[in-house]
Design a protein around this ligand. Structure first.
Ligand code: SF4
Length: 382
């Protein structure tokens, strides 16, 4: 056995057992490509997720609220954002949002949007406060670190103050968007108008100190290298060692959209590889999400065998991935989510916003099933 194959064998065995990989072992997982390697990674990641969750695969009945797509940040990869004069620009108002929540009665409401003066900080704060007042049982997961930073700068205060006000108004968790990939090289090239890796990590760390759990994401397939992806995972793992506040990790395959700098996103096999490597490296983040609006439903379901344990949610009314050109439906009926998980060989389990199993109340079943009537790249989303 060569030294390289010895390192790989050790990495796969340790990863399958949920033990910590060092950097050399993490890099060994991706040192060679091809179907044989994919299956080795998949077997190890499946063993790891089975040790944690058995055959359970979770989803949440959620509503994604994207109040407006007007944004001034001009990230190169974003097909969601619009200028006010663009034909696809839209702005929701509070009554429209309250109407969606009342109609669907979701378990979780997830709020993210563009950065602008139409929906400034105070308006977003009051939205959170009123949602919590009307529906105190709904889990409110709101605003990426990018939005928190924008709010703090526009209010001439600091992120801790903004987070404290939002938490006191009813915000319980933050999504993981806006991390993109922890690469100074790519930050300068693609999203230099908004915060980079250090500030994204600083804001999430602050949130964790204040009792706000968060997700984390990684955008991949837009010119990033495997080394950068491994460094992203290791940086996140170190941050989790310090704070313990990341509930879930979500790899996001790049959506090329129309007229962008890359004509195609990652293949399904590359997406499965990233999922498996994420499961094996992130030994201290409990949940790994297969985010179907960006992977496609079939790849997301396959991802359950490559380490993922969660399929996100029904995401009624979601706009971001779909304005970015994602070819998936706008929302999924609960029955279709359940059938998809079963067909992939796993046991579906509806969960709440904190990843606890929950029963679907009977009086919400009709709204849940109707939610699948509908489902863009603004990686700010998950
Ligand atoms: S990715 Fe987010 S911050 Fe960047 S342009 Fe799109 S909506 Fe704005």
């Amino acid at each position: 056995m060569t030294n390289a194959s010895h390192v790989l064998a050790a990495a796969l065995a340790k990863g399958a057992a949920g033990q910590r990989l060092d950097r050399a072992q993490a890099l060994a997982l991706v040192a060679a490509a091809g179907p044989a390697r994919l299956h080795q990674l998949g077997a190890a990641a499946l063993a790891n997720r089975r040790r944690r969750f058995g055959d359970r695969a979770t989803y949440v009945f959620n509503l994604q609220v994207n109040p407006t797509n007007i944004c001034s940040m001009h990230c190169t990869f974003c097909n969601y954002a619009a200028s006010p004069q663009d034909p696809h620009a839209y702005v929701m108002d509070e009554e429209e949002i309250f109407g969606q929540v009342a109609r669907l009665s979701p378990t979780e409401v997830h709020i993210v949007g563009g950065l602008n003066r139409i929906w400034p900080y105070r308006r977003n704060l009051e939205l959170v406060r009123e949602l919590h007042r009307r529906w105190p049982h709904i889990h409110l997961k709101c605003f990426t670190a990018v939005e928190i930073d924008y709010f703090a700068k526009s209010e001439k205060t600091d992120a801790a103050h903004i987070l404290a006000e939002l938490r006191d108004a009813g915000m319980q968790a933050m999504p993981g968007g806006g991390a993109e990939i922890f690469s100074e090289r790519l930050w300068q090239r693609h999203w230099k108008n908004k915060i980079g890796p250090a500030d994204w990590l600083r804001i999430h760390s602050l949130a964790h100190e204040m009792g706000i759990t968060t997700n984390a994401t990684m955008l991949f397939g837009f010119g990033d290298t495997w080394q950068e992806r491994i460094d992203h995972l290791l940086t996140l793992r170190a941050a989790q060692d310090r704070s313990g506040g990341f509930a879930c990790f979500i790899p996001l395959p790049f959506q090329p959209g129309k007229g962008k700098f890359i004509s195609h996103g990652p293949t399904p096999l590359e997406t499965l590889t990233v999922l498996a490597v994420s499961r094996l490296v992130l030994d201290n983040v409990a949940h790994l999400k297969s985010y179907w609006p960006m992977t496609g439903l079939a790849t997301a379901a396959a991802g359950l065998s490559w380490g993922a344990d969660d399929m996100d949610g029904t995401i009624s009314e979601e706009k971001i991935a779909h304005l970015a050109g994602a070819p998936t439906p706008v929302g999924l009926a609960r029955d279709r989510m359940v059938d998809t998980i079963r067909a992939a060989g796993f046991t579906p389990c509806e969960r709440d916003g904190k990843f606890n199993p929950c029963d679907a109340p009977a009086d919400r079943a009709a709204a849940r099933d109707a939610a699948g009537r509908h489902a863009a790249q603004g990686p700010c989303a998950p």
